[in-house]
Design a protein around this ligand. Structure first.
Ligand code: XUL
Length: 535
């Protein structure tokens, strides 16, 4: 006979409303993963006709997703879990994440609909008329250039806007999308009673009422003052009328928003005491899933390289994004994106190492730390951080040279990429401290010789981590943390028993000296490259 639910250990759910799918993961109090499931938008909900979860409009710039697709995906996911016998009554808390920046516009009257959901019907049927905008703008949208210019002008320039909100104006950031809606479709804006992010929209579906935007995901809107953690009145006024009321008051990311809706209790058997913890953005959730700590940096080595930073004292800049930290209220996190990642490493491998990773690794092993003073910049396509293009090589006397030996070229590429990651991280306020860890993930993170250079450049140990379910896992950890925080426990108290990531490289004893000096030269030479390429 099955044990009564009350006797079984409690569970914590983490959802992720990402661009292509909705995922869920359940953990127990010992942080073991017990259940995972997902719904793929394109294939399991073909009636919405999305490709990669989105519609790309004919202007090539506007990118949206049908909000009812996300609603239907949740119906489907919860039904699937029920069919596999998932015991919802054991769930003590849930949280989740959403793709960042996307917006959901709830129509006037929708809050009443949310409160009165009938457990005999699915959400999709009942929320048909709940949205004033049926196609939600998502992070892939780049159609709000004019609104970005206007916002920066109103804030006193791009850098001033970055100082307030953590980022200069970006087309995908929610405030600029809201401004575009207000300017192009004012009647729909006026028919809206609440604007959510994808994360707070998803939380609202569980709560049965409007969920607050959390500080961390709220930092991706160009509207939140990341230091006071309140809406910036200058930004709100420059964006659209009555925005304060439409956005609601933002809350700390670990806030317990309330119990799950009675709809979920009656339809799926959730316990009335199951709590909803504020949802956040997918990148903040991923930071929680990696358990990034003060001093740590995570480097994802993929098609483009992404860097996640834990920052104590932010210095927002014209590049990168600073967000409020999702697990520690006084801290910040930052994201940097580097476009020339794996494809450039592969191109240099093909040209200098006979298309072989083995030979590429050999070149790294056979060349000295600091590369005899040779430094290279390899921007095969227009780089984001910094905005520069082309290949630029310098010898030990800072003279421009047209080529390097194949071995020196391989090392110049890898050292150059990691010096750049460190330089731009430090510019945003990141600092290496005793105990700093570099967490490496993504395709190139399986190459030990590349990771050795990473360790040397940062003069810190490198650990390898798997990010494949870090957003869901981070959300489940955050659900547990939301409850535990009420008893005074920190996020790291809650996740302390998760096995440590695997140590893969430690820095060479001379690394601090070699790269401390080289970083300064790299910064000077980057300035020169920028002046030459974009005078
Ligand atoms: C971050 C960003 C994307 C989305 C996609 O600024 O736009 O990473 O969060 O999931």
């Amino acid at each position: 006979m099955a044990a009564p639910a009350a006797a079984l250990p409690p569970l914590y759910l983490g959802f992720d409303f990402s661009t292509q799918q909705l995922k869920v993961l359940a953990i127990d109090g010992n942080l073991n993963v017990l259940h995972q499931d997902n719904v793929q938008f394109d294939t399991e909900l073909p009636e919405f006709r999305t490709q990669g979860g989105v519609h790309i409009h004919s202007d090539g710039l506007t990118v949206t997703s049908p909000v009812l697709m996300w609603v239907k995906a949740l119906d489907l996911l919860l039904d699937k879990m029920k069919r596999t016998g998932f015991d919802f009554s054991r769930v003590r808390a849930l949280s989740g994440s959403g793709q960042q920046h996307g917006s959901v516009f709830w129509r006037r009257g929708a809050s009443e609909t949310l409160k009165q959901l009938d457990s005999a019907e699915d959400l999709f049927q009942q929320l048909q008329d709940a949205f004033s905008v049926s196609d939600s703008p998502v992070w892939m949208d780049s159609s709000s250039r004019k609104q970005c210019q206007d916002l920066q002008a109103a804030a006193g320039g791009a850098l001033r806007l970055a100082e307030i909100t953590g980022s200069r104006a970006y087309e995908r950031f929610t405030g600029n999308q809201i401004a575009k809606l207000w300017q192009s479709r004012p009647e729909q804006y006026q028919d809206t009673e609440r604007i959510s992010l994808v994360s707070s929209f998803a939380a609202s579906l569980f709560l049965g009422s409007y969920a607050a935007i959390d500080f961390s995901d709220g930092s991706g809107m160009n509207l939140l003052d990341i230091r006071t953690r309140t809406w910036s009145q200058t930004c709100l006024e420059a964006t659209a009328p009555d925005l304060d009321g439409l956005l609601g008051t933002p809350l700390p990311s670990a806030s317990v928003l309330g119990p799950v809706s009675s709809y979920l209790v009656h339809r799926f058997g959730f316990s009335e005491s199951c709590r909803v913890v504020a949802f956040t953005g997918d990148n903040p959730a991923s930071l929680a899933g990696m358990r990034l700590q003060q001093g740590d940096i995570a480097v994802s080595l993929g098609t483009s390289d992404t860097v996640f930073l834990w920052i104590q004292q932010p210095r927002p800049a014209l590049e990168g994004h600073v967000f409020c930290n999702p697990v520690e209220q006084r801290a910040y996190m930052a994201l940097l994106c580097f476009k020339n990642g794996s494809l450039t490493r592969e191109r240099v491998r093909n040209q200098c190492a006979g298309a072989s990773w083995e030979l590429f690794s050999g070149a790294l092993r056979n060349s000295p730390l600091g590369n005899n003073g040779n430094i290279g910049f390899y921007f095969d396509t227009m780089e984001i951080t910094p905005a520069a293009l082309g290949v630029h090589r310098f010898d030990r006397d800072d003279n421009k040279v047209s080529s390097l030996s194949p071995e020196a070229e391989v090392r110049a590429l890898v050292e150059g990429q990691f010096l750049s990651r460190r330089l731009h991280a430090e510019r945003l306020g990141y600092s290496i401290i005793p105990g700093t860890r570099v967490l490496a993930t993504g395709g190139a993170s399986s190459n030990r010789d590349i990771l050795q250079v990473l360790s040397d450049v940062f003069n810190a140990p490198v650990y390898s981590i798997d990010l494949s379910n870090s957003t869901c896992l981070g959300s489940a950890f955050r659900a547990l943390h939301g409850l535990a925080e009420q008893s005074g426990l920190s996020f790291f108290d809650v996740v302390k028993n998760v096995p440590e990531p695997q140590l893969v490289a430690t820095p060479h004893p001379t690394a601090a000296q070699v790269y401390g000096h080289m970083l300064k030269r790299y910064a000077r030479l980057e300035e020169r490259v920028l002046q030459e390429t974009c005078p």
